[in-house]
Design a protein around this ligand. Structure first.
Ligand SMILES: [Mg+2]
Length: 368
């Protein structure tokens, strides 16, 4: 196998569906019902005529990628830039893995190696489990038990879902429960970073009411507190400044309008942008990160949903830099050996193995 992408042509593109599993059923958030105990993960496996292989989560519909068979790998991906053939974007992750395998480099090196390979990682799985089961809700203890379980996995920072009053409780009771949960987790974990995420479940006004009651909790960030508007963000920023608070404002997960988010960042209204690692994609992240740095806003690519996305976000953090913290999705994907990645004392260690450092899952072996 030669170490030049130009010497390899795409011979076959296979699609498979893997299953992932969270360590427990994950309940509701401000907008959505139960998140279940895991789900299916479509992946693409790209084989070349020289026997090289790369694989990754399918970042879109793979149907249109069959026309790429026969193309040279360097026609599809420029290691310095990312995926350059628009038709190949659903293979963004598989092609980065493939290029890493061919060149003998970890993806974070392909991306420039501008960050650290030991990255802070928070627990993104603390949902509204106090509200379930609906006929006998477990209450606050359920949330604390989840924090305990995830602390045992190595997490030292927790993101608490808030916004119970948006759909699931009446506004006042929901606000009170959000406050109670935040204060209880702070009391149980005085050293932990606490992030909160309302999935836009508050209004600009009602969120200030929440903030007032948790002002002494030292929140690390507030995520999507309300549907972002310049006016509401200005009031929130003014309030944080008035309190001398170091709490950051994170947004840009749901249906991101990136130019608008960059304007808001330029105006000092956002501190962290959250575009999804998979649907926004690794190549688009490669293009936009220098712009974020110019504007002076940090990144934390959204990873919820699949444990694999956490590993990709960690590679991106180690490769592009400017990532404040990585979102951790506890759990595993069937057939995937992720043991090269280690979560220790709140820090995710990113491997130096070629590509993403994830061997081809046994379950994707061709059946004949
Ligand atoms: Mg979120």
């Amino acid at each position: 196998m030669t170490a030049t992408l130009a010497d390899h042509r795409i011979a076959r593109i296979d699609s498979h569906v893997l299953r992932d599993h969270y360590p427990r059923t994950v309940g509701r958030n401000a907008r959505l019902g139960s998140h279940g105990a895991g789900g299916s993960v479509p992946v693409a496996v790209v084989h070349t005529d020289t026997g090289a292989t790369g694989w990754g989560i399918a970042a879109g519909d793979l149907q249109g990628t069959q026309g790429l068979v026969g193309r040279r790998v360097d026609d599809l991906l420029d290691p310095a830039v990312g995926t350059i053939e628009p038709q190949a974007l659903p293979l963004d992750f598989a092609l980065h893995d493939l290029a890493g395998q061919i060149l003998g480099l970890p993806v974070h090196q392909l991306l420039g190696g501008r960050g650290e390979t030991v990255v802070p990682c928070y627990d993104g799985a603390i949902y509204f489990d106090d509200l379930d089961p609906a006929d006998a809700p477990r209450g606050l203890d359920a949330v604390l038990a989840n924090c305990r379980a995830d602390h045992d996995l190595g997490f030292r920072a927790f993101k608490l879902k808030i916004g119970r009053g948006h759909r699931w409780m009446d506004a006042d009771a929901g606000l009170r429960r959000d406050i109670e949960v935040t204060r209880a987790v702070r009391a149980a974990y005085p050293e932990a970073e606490i992030l909160v995420d309302a999935n836009d479940g508050y209004t600009g006004e009602s969120f200030l009411g929440y903030l007032d009651e948790v002002a002494d909790c030292g929140l690390f960030w507030v995520e999507e507190p309300f549907q972002e508007t310049r006016a509401d963000l200005r009031r929130l920023r003014a309030e944080l400044t008035r309190r001398g608070s170091g709490t950051l404002i994170a947004d840009g997960e749901a249906a991101p309008d990136v130019p608008f988010l960059l304007h808001l960042s330029e105006e000092g209204l956002l501190d962290v942008l959250l575009m999804d690692v998979m649907s926004y994609g690794i190549s688009r992240w490669r293009r936009v990160m220098p712009v974020l740095e110019e504007v002076g806003v940090r990144a934390s690519p959204h990873a919820w949903g699949q444990p694999l996305k956490t590993l990709y976000a960690a590679q991106l953090a180690a490769g592009l830099g400017n990532v404040l913290v990585v979102e951790g999705v506890p759990g595993h994907t069937e057939g995937v050996d992720g043991s090269a990645y280690q979560l220790l004392d709140g820090m995710l260690h990113v491997p130096d193995a070629p590509g993403f450092g994830l061997p081809l899952p046994a379950t994707t072996a061709p059946s004949g």
